[in-house]
Design a protein around this ligand. Sequence first.
Ligand SMILES: [Zn+2]
Length: 242
Amino acid sequence: MKKTTVVIVTEVIILCILIICFIFGKVPDNKESVKTSEANLNISDMKGTIPRVALTFDDGPSTKYTEKLLKGLKKRGVKATFFLTGERISYSEKIVKRMKKDGHVIGNHTYTHIDLAKTGYNEAKKEIEDTNNAIKEITGEKPKFLRPPYGDWNEKLLEETDMSIVLWSVDPEDWKDRNADVVAKRVIKSTRPGDIILLHDIFGTSVDAALKIVDELQSKGYQFVTVDQIEDSNLIKKQVVE
Ligand SMILES: [Zn+2]
């Protein structure tokens, strides 16, 4: 008799718990399935648009590494933005031609990598113009974008040029740590939609890192675009030409 009473009491308690769970919708299985489906959500599903990110390469071209990068980007269907120094363009004509042919955006990074804020106005202006001319001679187009070395520029100079200044939001310091895995991990961890990633194609490790970054972020749903396709970004200081 005593055993039967215990069984009945236990059944009543279980029934009460089930009724409470049903009323408050707190069935553990249900909660778990919501959690799982959230975790499986692709980043592109969250806003209904494809998240965009821009890869930028400074200080090149490199006769040693840039062609490998161009080949890797083409294979992956990626367009990037290259900020070239004028002095390197003179012996990299073939590479610059290929950049243009592959649909990449070519920008200006001054002729000898000067700090525009610390250089005299006339000299700074000449550095920008000479680089624009060197690029135009090969591509037939004057660059629209300027990446100032060290992120420094002179406001007066900017006012007088019709170029847009392009800064960056993800800097893995690839010049300091020459390790492709370390650089790729840093970028993958901190990249968000709308970011502009800074790398240097004069290092073999940065080229390897760039391709790892593309593979990983493409698998997360990111689309790689050139800087002119990064909209509403405070990283691009646009000149309004009237
Ligand atoms: Zn630079």
